[in-house]
Write a protein that binds this ligand. Sequence first.
Ligand code: TXA
Ligand code: MG
Length: 343
Amino acid sequence: MAARRGAFNPYAASRKRSEQVATLRLSDTPGGIAQAAALLAEGALVAFPTETVYGLGADARSDRAVAAIYGAKGRPRFNPLIVHVSDLDRAEALAVFSPTARDLAQAFWPGPLTLVLPLRDGAGLSPLVTAGLPSVAVRMPGGRLAPRLLTAAGVPVAAPSANPSGRVSPTTADHVLDGLDGRIAAVLDGGPCAVGLESTIVGLTDGTPRLLRPGGLPAEALSACLGRPLAAAPASAAPTAPGQLASHYAPTGTLRLNADAPATDEAYLGFGPGHADLNLSPSGDLVEAAANLFRHLQTFDRLATPKIAVAPIPGTGLGAAINDRLRRAAAPRPTTPLPGDGG
Ligand code: TXA
Ligand code: MG
C-alpha cells in the first residue's frame, strides 16, 4: 500500500478509542518500513512481524503510547511488557547486563529469547512498560523486518502479541487485522512468522538464570550455552513473604480503594477534579490515569507515605486494568493471589 504521510495523525494515542479509522497495511518495502518507523516514533501503534509472532508496538518511552496498547488490546490487566531493541548497545542502555546475560544475548540475539534484567537507572522507559517493577524484559527480535524497523524507528519498542486480550497470538498480518483493524495505526505485513510461538523468557535478576516462560528457543539450547540447566521460575503464585511477589509491583504503603475523601492520616490519590496529593487525571481521562498510575505509586513510595486513600475509578475501558492493579496493590501481601496473567 502506498505511503500516506501528513501533518495530522488520526492514530495518535491521544485520540479517543471510539474514533475508529481503518488500519493501514504497510508493505515489506523500504517505504513501508520507513512509514511504520515514522508512525512508531510519533507515538502511534504499529503491529509488526518478529520471528515469533506479530507484536503490537509502541514507543516504550511514551506513557500515552504504551497506555494505548492496553486500550487497543482490551487487556484487563497491566502486565509488564517486553521491550524490543535493534542492538545490544540499546539493550544495555535500558538494562544492567551481567556477564551471563551478555553471553546469552551474544549467543542467541537476534532471536526468540527475552531476558528479564535489572532496570537501568535513567533508562527513560514509561513505568507502564515495567508495571512499576525494578526489572525490564528486553529482546532483540529476528526475522527480516523487525531489526530493520527497530533501527529505523530509533526508539525502544514495547510490544505484546498483536491480538485482542484472550485471543491467540497472530502469525500473519491478516490475523492481526481480524482482531485489531480500526484500533491501530498500521500493520507492517511481512508474511507468516517463522517460529509461530512467543519468545522464551529467562530471568536473570537474582544471579540465577531462571526459565520464566518456555517459548521459541528450546531450554536445552540455553542450558548448553550456560553449561548448566536453567532453574525454575520462582513460585510467584504463592509468595512466601511480603514483597516477594515475583512479577507484581507492590507499594510500600497501604491502599484504601474507592475512597471519596482521605482520612486525616491518609494521603489522597485523586481522579477527576478536586483536591488530591497526587492526581491520576484531574480531567478524569482514563488513558492519562493509566499512564500516571505506577509513577504516582512510586512517588508515594519515595516519600515513604504509609497510608494512601484512592479515589473511585470507573470500571470501563482502561479503568478495568487500573482497578485490577489497584486491587492487587491493596491486597494483604503474604496471601496475594496472582491468577493467570496471560494476554
Ligand atoms: O515473542 C514474544 O515474546 C512476543 C513478540 C511480540 O516479541 N511478545 C510477547 O509479549 O509475547 P507478551 O506481552 O505477550 O508477554 C510478555 C511476558 C509476560 O508474560 C510478562 O509477564 C513477562 O513477559 N515479563 C515482562 N517483563 C517482565 C518482568 N520485568 N519480570 C517478569 N516477567 C516479565
Ligand atoms: Mg500474548
